[in-house]
Structure formats: structure tokens, C-alpha cells
Design a protein around this ligand. Structure first.
Ligand SMILES: [Zn+2]
Length: 113
């Protein structure tokens, strides 16, 4: 990647990092006063809470990925697959600058191999 592509990747990562950090620092949704007699409302409260927890978990992982990518930018190893060392295609990094693996290794990682 050339310098301007790296700068663009860094900008994307820093924006993503801020967004994820905001997500994580926002207070969790707590159930409001239960209104008796409304099962549907109670169910949607539970749903909202679960969704919030799921997002929080995802944000935590996302933040780790983004931080790791920023670390690789600083170390000068950005853009190489952590598993096989191949250069990750620029198109992939433009969309997913926090990608740590090439497509092939990503699939292997996902399969737990
Ligand atoms: Zn790879």
C-alpha cells in the first residue's frame, strides 16, 4: 500500500475506534419500570437488553481488532496476513482495514483450523 492508502486506512481505523469506544462507554440499557399487564412490552425490554449486550460484546471485539490494526500500522506490518504473511488485497483493506487475515486464512480461522 502507498502512503496515502495507509493514511486512509488509519483515518478509517481511528473513526471506527471512536465509534466503538462510544458504544462501549454508553451506559447499558436498563429495563424501565415494568408496566404490569403488558407481556409484549416486557418481552421487548428483554430483547432490547439482549441486543445491547450482544452489541457490547461485538464492540469489545471490534475495538481489539481496530487497536491491533493501528498497532500494525505503527509497526509497519500493516496489510500482511497474520497467518500466512501474504499481502492482503488493497480492496479488502479499503473495506475492512482491521482485517488481520487474507480471505483464505480468515475462512480457515473461522473454521477453527
Ligand atoms: Zn493468509
Amino acid at each position: 500500500m502507498n502512503a496515502s492508502q495507509l493514511a486512509a486506512a488509519r483515518a478509517t481505523l481511528e473513526t471506527a475506534r471512536r465509534r466503538l469506544a462510544d458504544d462501549l462507554s454508553a451506559p447499558p440499557e436498563t429495563p424501565s419500570q415494568m408496566t404490569y399487564g403488558s407481556q409484549a412490552a416486557a418481552a421487548s425490554e428483554v430483547f432490547a437488553q439482549q441486543r445491547d449486550l450482544a452489541l457490547r460484546d461485538k464492540s469489545g471485539k471490534g475495538l481489539e481488532l481496530v487497536d491491533a490494526a493501528l498497532g500494525r500500522l505503527d509497526a509497519g506490518t500493516f496489510g500482511n496476513c497474520l497467518r500466512c504473511g501474504v499481502e492482503i488485497p488493497e480492496e479488502r483493506l479499503e473495506v475492512l482495514p482491521w482485517a488481520a487475515f487474507c480471505v483464505r486464512c480468515q475462512q480457515l480461522e473461522k473454521d477453527g483450523r
